[in-house]
Design a protein around this ligand. Structure first.
Ligand code: NAD
Length: 329
């Protein structure tokens, strides 16, 4: 099979492309190399892809380009059997400064891909959506797909619009589309500007972890391998076509508890530092994953404590190249 992974130089897309290559598929990565964080991390990921493709004896191509370029997107989609659309402006907080840019990339770019896919016999269009479509209200915790979608950030609104387009294209053009609502994904090569990479990096450098707000916000952190399992399943299953499905861990934790546990493990003498809370951050994310279990045999098997321990181990082993890039981001 030939898989097009948009955003494939990024964290989640990078792992997806690597997994598909290792599984024996040909992969094309389309990525604009957005300098949202140090590009060295993305270049490292592209090197991993080339090595994995050589080992597996499959074709790999990296195309530096933009999902807003409809012509380029149409050419690449025409050659693919599957599209895994991960490219996006991904930060919640910066979306407050640049809502229109988030709309152009996250909604406009998705429409370019969907329109291109209508012209082909694509097996499936899988897109990365987000828990931020729920908005984080406590009364709906844990969020299930039948709960209201009330995003509180331009980022969340853009992800919701994109996934509704995917569902509509399934409805009116019979395009097999699935949206996976990821709940804060973490693991090797993760984005530097996220809580876990930040806490680990700061503690290992004897700097207190910084918690925004009072830290009573809760997060459903999901280990990257569980996200890969859900995506892999969609290569062969049509059970979720037309649907949006939660992909979380259900092992929810308060941010202050997570920060304290990482601190206790790596630098017990440090005090936590508290900074002003961001309005665009959801108060709570907690997934009800019963729909994913039913449709995708989803069975997340990494608790937050196990996942963080694995990440810390990976961080230490890759500290020489990863840490300078985390700290320069
Ligand atoms: P990431 O920033 O590491 O990856 C996104 C990639 O998209 C980057 O490599 C970037 O260069 C690329 N990109 C940005 N604009 C582009 C454009 N105009 N054209 C082509 N490529 C472009 O982020 P990630 O954490 O890997 O997120 C991947 C997807 O998952 C995104 O759609 C994000 O919204 C979604 N998501 C992520 C999380 C998470 O916790 N990481 C949670 C929910 C949803």
């Amino acid at each position: 099979m030939h898989v097009l992974v948009t955003g494939g130089a990024g964290f989640i897309g990078g792992h997806l492309a690597e997994a598909f290559l290792a599984d024996g598929h040909d992969v094309t990565v389309l990525d604009a190399m957005d300098p949202f964080y140090d590009l060295g991390i993305k270049r490292h990921t592209l090197d991993v892809h080339r090595e994995t493709a050589a080992e597996a004896g499959v074709d790999y191509e990296f195309v530096e380009g933009d999902v807003r370029d409809a012509e380029l997107v149409a050419d690449l989609v025409a050659e693919a059997d599957y599209v895994y659309h991960q490219a996006a402006k991904a930060g919640v907080r910066p979306s407050v400064e640049a809502p229109r840019e988030y709309d152009a990339v996250n909604v406009g770019g998705t429409l370019n891909l969907l329109d291109a896919a209508r012209e082909t016999d694509l097996e499936r269009f899988v897109m990365a959506s987000s828990s931020s479509v729920y908005g984080g209200r406590e009364e709906y915790v844990p969020f299930s797909e039948t709960d209201p979608t009330l995003p509180v950030s331009p980022y969340g609104a853009s992800k919701l619009a994109a996934e509704r387009y995917a569902a509509a294209y399934h409805e009116v053009y019979s395009l097999p589309t699935v949206s996976l609502r990821y709940f804060t994904v973490y693991g090797p090569r993760m984005r530097p500007n996220m809580a876990i990479s930040n806490f680990v990096s700061r503690c290992l450098n004897d700097e207190p972890p910084v918690v925004y707000g009072d830290g009573t916000q809760t997060r459903d952190f999901t280990y990257i391998d569980d996200v890969l399992d859900a995506n892999r399943q969609l290569l062969s299953s049509a059970a979720a076509d037309g649907e949006a499905v939660n992909v979380g861990s259900t092992d929810t934790i308060e941010i202050r508890t997570l920060a304290a546990e990482i601190r206790d493990q790596l630098a017990p003498d440090l005090e936590l530092e508290f900074a002003e809370r961001y309005d665009a951050d959801a108060d709570h994310t907690h997934a009800d994953t019963s729909k994913a279990e039913r449709l995708l045999d989803y069975d997340p098997d990494h608790t937050i404590r196990e996942g963080v321990a694995t990440f810390v181990e990976w961080y230490r082993a890759n500290r020489d190249w990863y840490e300078p890039l985390v700290r320069s981001s």
